[in-house]
Design a protein around this ligand. Sequence first.
Ligand code: GLN
Length: 196
Amino acid sequence: MTTIGVLGLQGAFREHVRSVEASGATAVVVKKKEQLEEIDGLIIPGGESTTIRRLIDKYDFLEPIRQFGKLGKPIFGTCAGLILLASEIDGSYDVHLGLMDIRVRRNAFGRQRESFEAELMIEGVAEGYNAVFIRAPYIEGVGEGATVLSTYDGHIVAAQQGHYLACSFHPELTDDHRITAHFVKMVEESKKSLAS
Ligand code: GLN
C-alpha cells in the first residue's frame, strides 16, 4: 500500500487526508520528522507559509524534507505549500525548501479576489476542474526543468517538475480528487522505480 504523509503543522491538513484516502492510498498526518521514513510521498498543505515555516524550523523539518525530496520521493505543495517549495519568492529574500525551480508571488490575485473559484484545464490531469483559490499565490515563471500544467487569467497556477507538484489552489476542499489522484500515481510510480 502506498502511504502519503500530510505535513500537519498548520493549515488544511485534515481535508488532504480525506482526499488521499478517496484516491486509494493510505494517509498519515506527519508531525515529527521521523515519520518521513514511513511515507512514500508528502503533501505540504495550504495555510500561512510564514507560520508553517516557523513550525518547520521549530520541529527541525527543513533539512529532513529537503533530503526526502532529494531521494526522489514526491512532494506536492498546495497554496502555502507551493510557496514553501519555490526557489524564488517575489519581493522577498526568504526561500524555504527551494526544491522547485519556480518563482512565486504571494497573495497574488489581490484583495478584491481574496477567494474565488474557477474552472481550470490541468494538462494531462483534468478538464473542467473546479478550483478553490484562497489568498492564493501564482507562479510568475518556471525554470527549464518544470512544466506548466495550468493557467488562470494568464497566470500559472499549477506546475510539475519531475517528482515535485505544486498548485495555487486547494484541491482538498472539493470532492474532485483528480489532482490528488495524479499525485498518488506519481508516488506509486516513484515507489516502483526507487525499489528497482
Ligand atoms: N497567502 C498564504 C501565504 O502566503 C497562502 C494562502 C493559502 O495557503 N490558502 O502563505
